[in-house]
Structure formats: C-alpha cells, structure tokens
Design a protein around this ligand. Structure first.
Ligand SMILES: [Zn+2]
Length: 289
C-alpha cells in the first residue's frame, strides 16, 4: 500500500509563512464614500468620515456618538441637518482615537461633550485636541425629549476608556471599535487588553439589543458579537498554547494564520499588523502568574 503523501496542514509553519506573504491588505474605506443611513426611527448612522457616527434624534435635540476624522465636522453637521432641524445637544466619544474624536474641536461650546474618565486622561497624555468636557466612570444616562441614551463603560478592550452607547428603546447599541468589520486593534499603549475584551463583550451580550453599530463597517447583530468574542478567545488560546510550546514572539505571526480565523486573513488589519506583539506579551505575562 502506498504511504500517504504528507500534505502540510493549516498548522504547518512552512505553509503559514508562505501564506502570510500572500495575505491581502485590509480593505480601505474610500474617502468619498460618505453616507447617512437610517437604522431605526430616530436613529441614523454616518459612515465614511472616520469611525461610524450615530445620530439619535430625540424631539428636543440630537445625541451624537463620536465626531469622525479631524477637520471634517462640517460634513457631519451637514448630514445631521439633512435628517433633522434639531440642534446637536450631546456628544459622546466611544474612545480616544482621532477617527472618533477628530471633530471634537469643532463641536460648539454649548454642547455637552462626554466620555469615560480614562479617555480624558489618555487624550491629555497624547496632547489630542478638545478632550471631553464632562466625564464618567461607570455609566452616564442622557435623557432628552422622549429618548434615553445610556453611555456605559463595560470594561476595557480596544482601549482602557471604551464606552458603548445603548439606545434601549430602539434595541440598538454603538460599540465603538469593540467591534470592527476587518479585525480588532488591541491598543495596549492606551489600556487595551484581550482578556478584558472577552469579558466586556460578555457584558455587552447581557444588554437587550438586536442591532449593533460597529466602529467601522456595516451594521451587525448579536451573532457578530458572539463570533467576535469567540474569535478573541480562540486566538488567545492558540497563542497561549504556542507560548507554552516554546514559540518566540517572531513565530506567532505565521503560526496564527488560519482559515477559520478571519482576522488573520489581512496582513495589514489591526490584528495582524498592530496587535500580535502586545498580545504575545499579555499572554506570556498571564502564564507567568
Ligand atoms: Zn479605535
């Protein structure tokens, strides 16, 4: 009987190293592709000006989640004005990154500009312009018109100051970059953590919602949250096993590539390009404990 020929499987480092060189870069969002789309009655999402921006129209003013990329807030205001004549009354930043806070300097002084206390600290530390004017630690509820908007810190993940903004009457939640259409960026420099990310998404799933506005990409649902959470747990387990098996940091990039892990399909995605080194350190530290 002929011996079966050896075919390298997905776990083979040789195969993976060859594959990683062929991985496509992450898809880039076209600059000109700016849209405002209705999610529910009284809730719209603006895409294409940095991170996704939620626009909650309440009858007595607009609550905005995030302000997009720097120097483009006139576009945001124009799109808001295309769906309501109400003024912007509250702005909530989901986290510090400039594609979510870049419009802050153009937010008028009479608007309450709120974020988590860690986001204020981090923006001050980085010298980012127009940090939040009011802060909270666990939760802040905004009541305006007939709407309730809850800004909640469920824990760290993408950064240390992550906030989700929950619209309970609409069963929609904006989660900032705790969800991303391509792959997560674990921003260790600013308090990010893969362990905390899993716990934070577990807490998110305790909320009653069926539509998710991710930081980037199309609308998502509970199943996307579960899949994202599970992929985070899987990459943690696999890299932890590699470290136990003696893998060095430089080995992990090739060995983690796998067909079932969508985050590893893009070499310039936030996971492959920006998170692996820190994740290795995080898991190695967990193993030393
Ligand atoms: Zn971000």
């Amino acid at each position: 009987m002929p011996r079966p020929t050896h075919r390298p499987g997905l776990a083979s480092p040789v195969w993976a190293a060859a594959l990683i060189a062929l991985l496509p870069p992450a898809p880039a969002q076209a600059q000109s592709d700016v849209t405002i789309e209705q999610v529910r009655d009284g809730l719209h999402v603006i895409s294409g000006i940095g991170g996704n921006i939620a626009v909650r129209v309440t009858g007595e003013g607009v609550v905005l989640v995030d302000t997009g990329s720097p120097r483009r807030f006139e576009e945001v205001e124009r799109l808001v004005a295309s769906v309501t004549s109400e003024p912007i009354r509250y702005v909530i930043n989901t986290h510090l990154h400039p594609d979510h806070t870049g419009g802050n300097p153009q937010v008028s002084d009479d608007v309450e500009l709120a974020a988590h206390t860690a986001t204020l600290d981090l923006m001050l530390r980085r010298g980012l312009p127009a940090p939040p004017r009011t802060v909270f630690t666990d939760e802040r509820t905004f009541r305006t018109g007939d709407a309730e908007v809850r800004a909640i810190h469920l824990g760290a993940g993408h950064t240390g100051g992550d906030v989700v903004v929950y619209f309970p009457d609409l069963r929609v939640v904006h989660v900032g970059d705790l969800l991303h259409e391509v792959a997560p960026f674990i921003d260790y420099e600013h308090g990010g953590s893969s362990a905390a990310w899993v716990t934070t998404l577990d807490r998110l799933l305790d909320l009653d919602f069926d539509v998710v506005i991710a930081g980037h990409g199309p609308l998502m649902d509970r199943g996307d949250v579960v899949a994202f959470r599970d992929q985070m747990e899987t990459v943690r387990t696999r890299i932890r096993d590699m470290i136990r098996g003696g893998a060095l940091r430089r080995h992990v990039g090739a060995r983690i590539v796998s067909e079932d892990l969508t985050w590893t399909h893009y070499r310039s995605g936030g996971f492959m390009a920006r998170s692996l080194s820190g994740l290795y350190e995080e898991l190695a530290a967990e193993l030393r404990r």
